[in-house]
Ligand binder design. Structure first.
Ligand SMILES: *[C@@H]1O[C@H](CO)[C@@H](O)[C@H](O)[C@H]1NC(C)=O
Ligand SMILES: *[C@@H]1O[C@H](CO)[C@@H](O)[C@H](O)[C@H]1NC(C)=O
Ligand SMILES: *[C@@H]1O[C@H](CO)[C@@H](O)[C@H](O)[C@H]1NC(C)=O
Ligand SMILES: *[C@@H]1O[C@H](CO)[C@@H](O)[C@H](O)[C@H]1NC(C)=O
Ligand SMILES: *[C@@H]1O[C@H](CO)[C@@H](O)[C@H](O)[C@H]1NC(C)=O
Ligand SMILES: *[C@@H]1O[C@H](CO)[C@@H](O)[C@H](O)[C@H]1NC(C)=O
Length: 507
């Protein structure tokens, strides 16, 4: 990996070549006690080619060893460049939108010859929105911060999503996300835990005061794309949603830390939206809205567009979301949500664990949902289903478009300090069916509600659940059903492996 150890740069005249040697390495090389075979060989080669006296130490200061590092990614790239080569300045005040866009436009020429990677060095890189290209990797050094501009002129306005019919905040267009990609194949945003800072505070204030003409930007949005990896980054203070893959397939989101004030508006963590084959894993999210919100379009627009989110894996997620859900399904689910598998989730101080949000007029479906091994601490509701979420795109929704909610399976969970075990509210005349809850122990808080379960317009079964669920989920006994289903097969995205890639700067 990258190392910022002090190194000396040694010029070898006969080869017209510089070598960077970290001090630590020199120490080993020249320490008589520690000389190893390789070191002897290196010294011999150096001595023979250049003769030791002609070695000139031309530089000896703290320089990052940029020439080479390794990282893991689904695909590796043939061509490498640094943002500095395109006029970037990491001083926190120079605007780098043109540097980013010039670099990426230039690198797009390598798409069909092995792809390219752009390295963002240590520094604070102020920028407006920029667009990615195919067969491309954006890599952030651990001390690199991409800083979102707070000037609205740095954010192009783009069309609303067809499955939403309008922006989420306002009618009409929306500000392009900070890092945006559309119609791409094989695109990666990763780093050694580098940071993307949305500087959202100003946006939140304007949103609250109703001062925005367009919908707030997201930090990362990838649209109409196949083969997406977003990994090993820290995202802070997004103006709105953090990571939004939409109309895309084969998406891996891995090792992301997302931080935003718990009172910040709509700072959802990761929102897979009309996506097929998505894997979200090893993420830590503290935010002002749902940690993961699974979506697929809004009311009549989502129904017409008809693109579901399906084959989604969520695992090893830690979430703190005092006013929202750990995993939300909806509320925009009009294209359908199917085959979601979530496991090994830790929820702390959150409003609800898994929440289904829908309404009359949404249409669509939420079915074949499987959640297991969720640990919850300090929750308002462990489980929540809401059939009257409301929040319509406009008044033209079809009152006969009823959502289908069926085959929802929760098992192997422990929760403590919970105000109310569950609040399950289906739709009158359109019950939520096939609910199965097994092996779940919910320890209520001292100040818990008197009735731990409320259920209306739902149907299903339970087994080995404390406290005793409502009558609409009759207990089958431990022996009778034992456990609710969790699929045993792998989804295709689970077999996608990361490999070790190298970055080598072309000097
Ligand atoms: C992310 O970083 C961890 C170490 O912090 C490393 O093990 C893992 O391979 C990295 N993943 C990717 C996709 O780079
Ligand atoms: C990015 O692409 C979108 C859609 O093609 C376009 O509207 C926008 O202007 C582009 N942004 C930049 C910074 O070029
Ligand atoms: C991107 O893909 C969508 C869906 O396939 C298509 O409708 C749109 O025209 C494409 N846009 C561009 C710029 O190619
Ligand atoms: C990445 O950085 C964040 C913020 O500093 C930190 O909380 C997190 O633990 C780091 N992740 C890794 C894998 O180092
Ligand atoms: C239990 O939850 C309440 C909020 O409902 C919180 O104030 C309290 O600190 C929690 N107790 C523990 C032991 O976590
Ligand atoms: C019940 O769930 C717990 C985790 O909450 C798990 O450790 C245990 O093995 C499960 N019991 C059975 C019988 O599967």
């Amino acid at each position: 990996m990258l190392n910022t150890n002090i190194s000396v740069r040694i010029y070898i005249p006969s080869l017209s070549f510089y070598v960077n040697i970290p001090i630590a390495q020199l120490h080993i090389m020249f320490s008589p006690k520690k000389i190893q075979v390789m070191d002897v060989l290196i010294l011999l080669v150096l001595a023979l080619t250049v003769a030791l006296p002609s070695l000139t130490i031309v530089e000896s200061r703290k320089v990052p060893v940029l020439d080479y590092f390794e990282y893991s990614a689904v695909s590796c790239r043939a061509y490498s460049a640094s943002l500095i080569e395109f006029g970037g300045a990491g001083d926190g005040t120079t605007l780098n939108t043109i540097a980013f866009q010039t670099a990426i436009d230039h690198l797009s020429q390598y798409a069909s010859s092995g792809g390219s990677q752009l390295y963002v060095p240590p520094g604070r890189w102020l920028t407006g929105s920029f667009n990615l290209t195919s067969h491309f990797t954006l890599f952030l050094h651990k001390d690199a911060v991409i800083l979102a501009s707070q000037d609205q002129n740095d954010w192009p306005v783009i069309d609303p999503l067809p499955s939403y019919g309008r922006g989420r905040d306002t009618q009409g267009g929306r500000f392009s996300s900070l890092i945006f990609g559309t119609n791409l194949t094989d695109v990666i945003i990763t780093g050694d835990n580098g940071t993307i800072d949305g500087q959202g505070d100003l946006w939140w204030q304007k949103f609250r005061k109703g001062e925005l003409s367009y919908t707030r930007p997201y930090l990362i949005e990838i649209m109409y794309s196949d083969g997406v990896q977003i990994s090993n980054l820290t995202l802070v203070n997004s103006p709105s949603w953090n990571v939004h893959p939409v109309y895309s397939s084969n998406v891996v989101v891995q090792g992301i830390t997302i931080l935003a004030p718990v009172t910040s508006p709509n700072t959802d963590g990761i929102n897979p939206d009309s996506c097929t084959n998505t894997r979200i894993e090893d993420c830590y999210i503290v935010s002002g809205d749902d940690c993961v919100a699974v979506k697929s379009g809004w009311d009549e627009y989502g129904i017409t567009y008809g693109m579901p989110t399906k084959q989604l894996v969520i695992r090893r997620l830690t979430c703190i979301s005092p006013f929202s859900a750990v995993i939300a399904l909806g509320s925009e689910m009009s294209g359908g949500i199917q085959d979601v598998r979530a496991e090994d989730i830790v929820a702390i101080n959150s409003e609800s664990g898994v929440r289904i949000k829908t309404a009359v007029g949404r249409g669509g479906y939420v079915k074949d949902i499987f959640v297991r091994r969720m640990t919850m601490k300090t929750m308002k509701w462990a489980f929540w289903m809401t059939g009257n979420y409301g929040s319509h795109a406009d008044d033209n929704y079809d009152p006969n478009a009823l959502p289908v909610i069926q085959n929802i399976n929760y098992r192997d969970m422990v929760a403590e300090n919970v105000t109310m075990a569950a609040r399950l509210e289906g739709i009158s005349g359109d019950p939520f069916t096939g609910i199965c809850i097994s092996n779940v122990t919910i320890q209520l808080a001292k100040k818990a509600k008197k009735v731990p379960w409320t259920c209306t317009d739902v149907a299903g079964i339970s087994s080995d659940v404390t406290p005793m669920p409502c009558d609409l989920l009759p207990d089958q006994g431990v022996e009778k059903i034992g456990k609710c289903t969790f699929p045993e097969d792998n989804l295709p995205i689970e077999d996608v492996k990361v490999q070790t890639c190298t970055f080598r700067r072309n000097l």
